[in-house]
Structure formats: C-alpha cells, structure tokens
Design a protein around this ligand. Structure first.
Ligand code: 5GP
Length: 122
C-alpha cells in the first residue's frame, strides 16, 4: 500500500492537528491517544512516512529502526511505567484492524492489563 500523506498522523506530524505530546526526538513523536483504552495510552510514531509495521521493518534504515525503538523505551521511562510494566502493540493490516495508515505503536499502562488476547476457539 502506498503511503497516504493525508492520514491523521501525517497531519499531526506536520503540526496541522494538535496532539498531547509526551516525547519527541529525531526519530519519533509520542502523544496520548484521543480515545484511551488504559489509564496510560500513548501512541509512538516514526517521523518517516511508513504505512505499517511491515513497511517500517522492510524499508526503514537501521538507524531509523534503532532510534524509534530507543525512543519508545524512553517514552515508557518518562511516563514512569517502566517498573510497573506496560504493553506495546502494533495493529497491522486488515486482520490486525489497523485504522490509521501511518505506523504506530500503542503503549498501554497504568493498570493490570490482563491477558493478551482470547485463547484460540474460546
Ligand atoms: P489503530 O487501530 O490504527 O492501531 O489505532 C489508531 C488509534 O489512533 C486509535 O486508538 C485512535 O483512538 C487513535 N486516534 C485516531 N485519531 C486520532 C487523533 O486525531 N489524535 C489522537 N491523539 N489519536 C487518534
């Protein structure tokens, strides 16, 4: 899928839409999800134009991937949840129910997050 630079996170990156920023560096921008699903729910997005986790890991440079992952760890530490724990999730494609076509990690924290997903067949 080609990158659509009118997607909502591209517009956030360009400053056309406001966000509740928690962290920014050369590789990543992190901001609170508009519809939080945990007491702490932050989205971490790369600065580059990547559609999905698949696109990012296939085409981003090693420096971009390393910088983005380091930034995500830093976000968790700055949020004060590194010790209590958190969950990182990348919805990807149709079956992953990805809605916004700019790669993003969800960072959930602030409570016991329960099991990951339902066991198969239940
Ligand atoms: P996806 O299903 O693509 O992994 O998740 C997209 C996420 O982006 C959702 O959790 C949704 O609440 C969030 N979101 C959608 N539009 C906006 C927005 O304009 N601002 C912020 N901060 N979050 C958004």
């Amino acid at each position: 899928m080609a990158y659509d630079d009118t997607n909502i996170f591209a517009r956030v990156l360009r400053g056309e839409i406001p966000c509740d920023k928690v962290y920014e560096d050369d590789f990543a921008l992190a901001f609170r999800d508009i519809n939080p699903q945990a007491p702490t729910h932050v989205l971490v997005i790369p600065k580059g134009a990547y559609v999905s986790f698949d696109d990012f890991t296939a085409t981003a440079s090693t420096a971009e991937i390393a910088g983005f992952l380091r930034a995500t760890g830093e976000v968790a530490r700055r949020l004060g949840v590194a010790e209590s724990g958190y969950r990182i999730l990348a919805n990807t494609g149709r079956d992953g129910r990805q809605e916004v076509p700019h790669f993003h990690l969800h960072l959930f924290a602030g409570q016991d997050l329960g099991r990951m997903i339902k066991p198969v067949g239940k």
